[in-house]
Design a binder for this molecule. Sequence first.
Ligand code: FO1
Length: 316
Amino acid sequence: MALKVVALAGGVGGAKLADGLAQAMPARDLTIVVNTGDDFDHLGLRICPDLDTMVYTLAGLADPRRGWGRADETWHFLEELGRLGGPVWFRLGDRDLALHAERTRRLGSGETLSEVTQHFCQILGVEARVLPMSDQPVETKVMTEDGRMPFEEYFVARKWKPVVKGFLFEGVEASSPAPGVLQAIQAADLVVLCPSNPWVSLDPILAVPGIREALHPRPVLGVSPIIGNQAVKGPAAKMFLEMGMEPTAYSAAAHFRDLLQGWVIDNQDGHLEERITELGVQVWVSDILMVDDRDRRRLGAEALRFGAELRSMEGM
Ligand code: FO1
């Protein structure tokens, strides 16, 4: 029986596990709901970083070192832009720029973000279904000791140095799940929270009206974005600390405790297993650092096996 899986993801780590899932199962049975809270207008272009990271990763086009943007990239546009006195803090490569320009053109002609994303997936040969969390704009604002700022200003321009105090998902109250999102969740045999930043990659998705409610009756497992006391990449651990919590795989599980049946942690964090099970969450301990494509496939397959175990435990 073909398992229908829905993955929620944002950022580089989320895309890697989504890629592993897409290789470990029939990709057409996988729907990936992607964070759009990082989206912003720049140089007159609509930039959707997490959607692009997801599509490039699934298409095998992502730069292997950075994790975002294109492999085999050139930077003539950015060099010239700098010479002309333009903003170069957000690095747009020449091939990447074409996608931003075409998305902006299509959005301007009335296509929805879902339609544009589906078009790019078709052209780039991505088989899994990639859906934005919403077709309406939702913009994450990071509340810091240096004031409120858009996510990419915090993350890129200020290199996530400001001390965070909270997060705002502007426009989320007026947003609705993109077409197909609720249906995919309701039909899901398993939902996977990918190893993305809980605060700024997964929480925006869960804040879109209807999504959290649709998840409650489903078997949900997550993969910790934190190994040891560090995020694999980015500010997740620093944010837990600044929000007054221990920067561990336990805190990340507790953050989603109302949704989770299972939580995958790294061998290094095996000592946290008991505390996490006290949350009422089953634990799977493994090597969860995805260094290469083989790791992605292995972890994807393990998540699916863990999911099957959870479903049999739940008598589903
Ligand atoms: N991340 C950076 O740290 N520096 C950049 O200059 C940068 C440019 C960029 C351009 C297109 C794109 O799709 C992503 C880009 N990212 C960059 C990554 C972006 O900040 C993502 O939001 C993070 O990966 C977290 O989700």
